[in-house]
Write a protein that binds this ligand. Structure first.
Ligand code: PLP
Length: 399
């Protein structure tokens, strides 16, 4: 029987490693915190059929290690989709499949960032990206936004201030469609301005378009990538929002030299070919219909959330009215601290993420992201009413 004490790794860790504490994955009764899809809307049958078909045709290829940039036929499909939907002219070799767009973002950050480098984001930003930027020791600074996107004057001011410090901004990260967490879509004019200003300072842009297919109202705005012909816009997309996060498939589009550098941070020899085969087959067939159905369901939930906010919060708060995506951005009066009470409100039955979690500077305690995508439709209105009751009990609302 072993009697010795457990091996101690403390003196062995690399300087760059940090402990990642895994959460318990608890869910509140009304869960507006997580950014997951509704499990009941996943296209499981379609995926199962697609997997069988793909394996019958190409399954024996699994005996080989896949091409490190990912299944060529899926990259071809991505290139066609980007041409059709995002006005992008890119070749199969300009695309790398990754384990979710999160991996693509991480590889690009790794390839471009040394500790202390300045990276810019929108005022509030997807916290996965924010965490990765911090993990690489970046000095993350934010640019102010309104409901049309990045505010050009502020972008210019922030870039000028960094230049005045004698520092270089490595890139600007933006989520121009159904921004996470703020919900807006950047207008064409703002996209053009953002590109002009960043060009003036010689700064590339990382465009994260992972919500672009979740539009249930309004007109698409062309990608920032399509507005640039110099290779200064890097682009990432995802299958998480249109198939399922569990398939772990996303992609990056970048110039060859950036791809080569980014690939040096891909440790696992490329993306899962088994998942790529199923998704490629599914994407050729039923996926467009699935996206349409999913968007109809999301629209119902968005409407339910907006109506419930109107009924229960009235003039006591403000909130965004997104034309797609998964999030409503709630703004309470300045003196309300939604960060301080987040855990208690969760224990009382309603989950949300407060603004400070998304802010590089830790601002926004009176703000919260409410995700309407995950709960079933009937829970959305009930959950907002419950949130209002909890706030009333705490004297934040009404009275
Ligand atoms: C803006 C944004 N980018 C990227 C991701 C990462 O998604 P995935 O790695 O599943 O493609 C998310 C996940 O929610 C997100 O909100």
């Amino acid at each position: 029987m072993a009697t010795s004490s457990p091996f101690n790794y403390d003196s062995l860790y690399s300087r760059g490693s940090v402990p990642v504490v895994r959460g318990e994955n608890r869910h509140a009764k009304y869960d507006f915190a997580v950014a997951y899809p509704d499990p009941d809307t996943l296209p499981l049958e379609g995926l199962a059929d697609s997997l069988r078909l793909a394996l019958e045709r190409e399954g024996k290829g699994l005996a080989l290690y896949p091409v490190s940039t990912g299944l060529p036929s899926l990259r071809e499909w991505v290139a066609e989709k980007l041409a059709r939907d995002r006005n992008m002219t890119v070749g199969v070799d300009d695309i790398v499949l990754t384990s979710g767009s999160g991996e693509a973002i991480s590889m690009i950050i790794a390839a471009l960032t040394d500790p202390g480098d300045v990276l810019l984001t929108e005022e509030y930003v997807y916290l996965g990206t924010l965490r990765t930027m911090r993990r690489f020791g970046a000095d993350v600074r934010s640019v102010k936004c309104d409901d049309q996107g990045i505010i050009p004057e502020d972008l210019d001011g922030v870039l000028a201030a960094v230049a005045a410090e004698g520092k270089k901004v490595k890139f600007l990260y933006t989520i121009p469609v159904f921004q996470n967490p703020m919900g807006w879509t950047m207008t064409l004019e703002r996209r053009i301005k953002t590109l002009e200003i960043t060009q003036k300072y010689g700064v590339p842009v990382l465009e994260d378009d992972c919500y672009v297919d979740l539009r249930f109202e309004g007109e698409d705005v062309t990608s920032m990538h399509s507005l640039d012909d110099t290779g200064r816009v890097l682009y990432v997309g995802s299958f998480s929002k249109i198939v399922a996060p569990g398939v772990r498939l996303g992609y990056m589009v970048a110039p060859q030299e950036v791809i080569q550098r980014a690939m040096s941070f891909n440790g696992g020899g490329g993306v899962n070919q088994f998942a790529a085969l199923a998704v490629q087959e599914y994407a050729q067939g039923a996926m467009d219909d699935h996206i349409e159905e999913q968007n109809q369901s999301l629209r119902v939930k968005r409407d339910a959330m907006l109506a419930a906010l109107g009924e229960n919060f009235g003039d006591a708060a403000q909130w965004s009215k997104p034309e797609g995506g998964l999030y409503v951005w709630l703004e309470m009066p300045e003196d309300v601290d939604l960060a301080a009470i987040q855990n208690q409100v969760f224990d009382e039955g309603v989950g949300y993420y407060n603004g400070t979690m998304f802010s590089p500077e830790g601002r926004g305690a009176n703000l919260a992201r409410l995700c309407f995508g995950h709960p079933p439709a009937e829970h959305v209105a009930e959950g907002v009413a419950e949130l209002a009751r909890i706030f009333e009990r705490r004297g934040i609302l009404g009275g």
